[in-house]
Design a protein around this ligand. Sequence first.
Ligand SMILES: [Zn+2]
Length: 328
Amino acid sequence: MRWFDAHNHLQDPRLGNDPLEWVSAAAARGIAGMVVHGTCEGDWPEVRRLADLCPSVIPAFGLHPWRVSARSPRWRDALIECLDSAPHAVLGEVGLDRWILDQSLERCVELGIGPRGPAPLEFQLEVFDRQLVLASERGLPVTVHCLQAWGPLMDCLRGRPRLPRGFLLHSYGGSVELVPELVRLGAHFSISGHSLHPRKAWQAEVFRAIPSDRLLIETDAPDQLPPDDWVSHPATDTRGRPVNSPVNLVRIAEGVSGLLGVPIEELAAHCEANWMRFFRPPFLGETGLRVTAPAGAAGVAEAVLPSDRGGSCLGRRSERSLGPDASQ
Ligand SMILES: [Zn+2]
């Protein structure tokens, strides 16, 4: 079985200063690809660097709702430059978040949001919409973060042309009732290890309502730390706080398999097919064979490729440091 992480933040410094170590460790566990999501102008260059080094990394560039207030006047130009620089890049992580608006300024600073605090929802909506326009113009898939903002998100999606490549609701936390309409609007859904916490047991019903051709799994590393039983590779940040490791994906898949009541082999097959179709990874040619690694990255590529069909490049926030429902 091969596994594909639909959403992580390998560039996050909480995962240490050598993200390529995570790539090798992930490859050794059968994790053959991952989508590494930037969140702001400050981390987009590192996402780009990792994608340049690792053929199995799909870079995603987007302005996260927590980063909206800290954007520069030229954020959109910078985003376009990143997208232009990586032909196979996707758009994300973008979205809407009302949970963050209820957090204290101290808490927001702890979460890296900056002294100005989070942007009000109307500004989040403006930035989100501008990024969706970019996705439409460029024919890109979009990774969406939505926390306690389902009404505004649905209004936004209903009121605009359908996105040509659709969108992925990462770490889906919405209701079962929304699933059919979201499917019609072009949604894919990914499940994170956070859903394996016993208090999240209600989500099993939601996940079983997701069509098998719209399902993906993710770590959201270093965030969304699963319960201890579902952590195969414990990791800590530089302050000794537990963080989620990208290598936990296989163990998370085992937990999701149980939640869904679907055999693990069947889950792997669906997730791989959906990941390939949604993200259209560049490291597989039309025949399914691996294409040539970028010049200068041969050593890294050879080190991380787990098979002759694909490569892996993987890479970390802890639930305890963020709160039960917070994630980037
Ligand atoms: Zn994220």
